[in-house]
Ligand binder design. Structure first.
Ligand code: ZN
Ligand code: ZN
Length: 345
């Protein structure tokens, strides 16, 4: 085995590749000793690491440069979660069995539309997002955000910090999204995201580059401001937060409302059923994760009236007929509202 291959296997988790790990250990010594010899971990107690912490340390020690390791980790995490979370919905769209949970069941996205959006997103991620992520580690160092450092925060701390980021993001999203619906900004920026009145998972980030920056500020701004104030945040928490936020965004655009969807057991949660109406009717429902801002500021009245009319249906057949009529009406009004907004710009 060449020394380069042995060096790589040194950093693999023992539990996953015990045989390969053993041969690497026999040839070059103990992994913990190797980690301890890394300049990144010389002053770290490595004897009490959890499995995830040991993967984290081995990854950072293997890459060697924290700037490259951090950028690569954030980018790969984003690509895997975004496309990985969207894929099941793409598959469901090809299977009639899942139509009963489709919010706008007559509007199934074509494979071509999904492919075009996926390619567009890949292009944007590589040309716009990757360079921005490259600057993230220097910002982390400046703000005092822990990256390669161990141990991780406790799960309790991770949970309350992420809950806080959800509330901050939702608030920023609500106001920025309403701002993007003002005539000039809608015509110039937000119109791109409204290209699909019946959205699908991959549409979550399909937007004008300026919108990605404006609404992305809600996702990344919370952790940045929090870290600047408290100096108590770990990159691992930020990665878990970004993963959950992507799950929320892709699910909200999926076009599917299942009996087990989160808003059915946590009524404050917005979910696909809430955001789908925004795409269909153009007006109402500006929030991302929760429903309270739309409720407090009366930007969900049309949505509630629409739901009430659907609830009046006596049976499933009546409900389907009513929904078809209501959806056509809501979409037609939405097109008029969008055109009027553009005309005012
Ligand atoms: Zn909008
Ligand atoms: Zn949307």
């Amino acid at each position: 085995m060449s020394s380069k291959v042995i060096e790589f296997f040194q950093y693999l988790p023992n539990s996953l590749f015990p045989h390969l790990q053993m041969s690497a250990l026999n040839a070059t010594g103990h992994v913990t000793e190797t980690l301890a010899s890394s300049p990144l971990y010389q002053s770290t107690n490595l004897s009490q690491m959890s499995l995830i912490e040991s993967w984290w340390a081995r990854y950072y020690a293997y890459i060697g440069d924290p700037l490259i390791a951090t950028a690569l980790l954030i980018f790969l995490n984003h690509e895997i979660v975004y496309f990985g979370r969207s894929l099941p919905f793409c598959i469901m769209d090809t299977m009639p069995y899942f139509r009963k949970w489709k919010i706008q069941p007559t509007k199934i996205p074509t494979v071509k539309a999904q492919w075009d959006v996926a390619m567009h997103m890949l292009f944007c991620h590589f040309t716009m997002e990757l360079p921005l992520i490259g600057g993230f580690h220097p910002l982390c160092v400046y703000l005092g955000l822990a990256t390669h450092e161990l141990p991780f925060p406790t799960w309790t701390k991770i949970a309350w910090q992420i809950a806080l980021f959800f509330v901050i993001e939702d608030t920023v999203h609500y106001w920025m999204h309403r701002w993007l619906h003002t005539p000039k900004l809608y015509k110039m920026i937000h119109k791109v995201h409204h290209e699909f009145p019946a959205p699908f998972g991959l549409v979550a980030e399909y937007a004008h580059p300026l919108e990605v920056l404006i609404l992305g500020a809600g996702t990344i701004g919370g952790p940045i401001v929090f870290c600047a104030i408290t100096h108590d945040l770990h990159l691992f928490t930020v990665l878990v937060w970004m993963t959950l936020r992507l799950f929320q965004a892709v699910s909200a655009h999926s076009g599917y409302d299942f009996p087990w969807s989160m808003h059915n057991w946590f009524p404050l949660w917005a979910g696909a059923e809430h955001h789908d109406y925004h795409h269909m009717a153009f007006v109402n429902n500006f929030s991302s994760s929760f429903r309270h801002w739309d409720y407090f500021f009366g930007t969900d009245t049309k949505y509630h009236a629409y739901k009430a009319r659907l609830r009046a249906a006596k049976n499933q057949a009546e409900r389907q007929r009513l929904q078809k009529v209501e959806d056509q009406k809501a979409e037609a009004e939405g097109i008029v509202a969008a055109n009027e907004t553009c005309a005012k710009a």
